[in-house]
Ligand binder design. Sequence first.
Ligand code: A3P
Length: 327
Amino acid sequence: PEKAILSTRPELFDFHGVSMTHYFTDNWENVQNFQARPDDILIATYPKAGTTWVSQILDLLYFGQTCPERHNNIPIYERVPFLEIAIPSLDLGYQSVISLWLCYHVTCFPYQRFPYSMFTPHAGKDLADKLPTTPRLIKTHFPVQFVPKSFWEQNCRIVYVARNAKDNMVSYFHFDRMNVVEPEAGEWNNYFHRFLEGQMVFGSWYEHVRGWWEKKQSCSNILYLFYEDLIEDTEQELVRICSFLGLSPTTELKKQVTEKVQFDNMKNNKMVNGSADEVFDLKISPFMRKGRVGDWKNHFTVQQDEQFNEDYKKKMKNTDLQFRTVL
Ligand code: A3P
């Protein structure tokens, strides 16, 4: 059936110094008062840096053996709630809470969408509150200064993923074209300039990656990953993730997870490839689009590349944070 979305393309506005849309600020008070638990794991990223990839990796590591079916049956946005999202017409599939609970506590129960409309939350925070599995994996795109304080008070572990700005921009452009709850992408050259100015949902890429990098220097609970490293050697990054989380998976499990999260396998899995997501128009652009380092070369003109590099040097001076734009 055609996806029925009541939501419309939102306007960007300044919110405490960060460009945002109301879909991610409407629930601000509740989100800020979110009660984290010490074993919660926060997956934090600037949009399009590899959030879904790392979410799937963590979900498989924690639940892949006890409940192998959840990865084939429950959409990623129900297994890993998106904390700050609040879209009235969106069904975040609260029904799956029941399946997750049964799967976790009783048996690996086949997932069903129970027809209980009263169990339909529209806010990621409500879904996170009700997650029956431990640890809770929670996703956010917030810049570091927006993270609810209880995550810090509870010393939660945080996995941050960053991606080089050029590929991140290209990926975000195609995402904004196909996601009806994002502002219109418009034409590429205009988008390019908006990105440099930080006129994107969740603000400036430069401030986001730097803000989290600086926080990491004083906070050992943050693991800072790079999309490019994940591409180059997924298994090696998996080992780093496990060591950070205190997990000791068997060689077999490591192999299995690495295999399941390869781009083509995720592209074919409806629970992670965007097929289940009501707000995506996959006819315009797939969610699992290219999954490569260096696709920016197919988008940037020579002039844009020069302008970008010059601007980048200014914005990224005084930091030792380094990205690779080619492998
Ligand atoms: P592209 O648009 O460049 O293809 P997010 O999950 O943060 O929205 O990020 C989406 C980006 O990560 C997309 O980039 C998507 O293809 C890529 N991605 C998702 N899963 C991946 C995987 N298993 N391997 C490589 N890239 C992946």
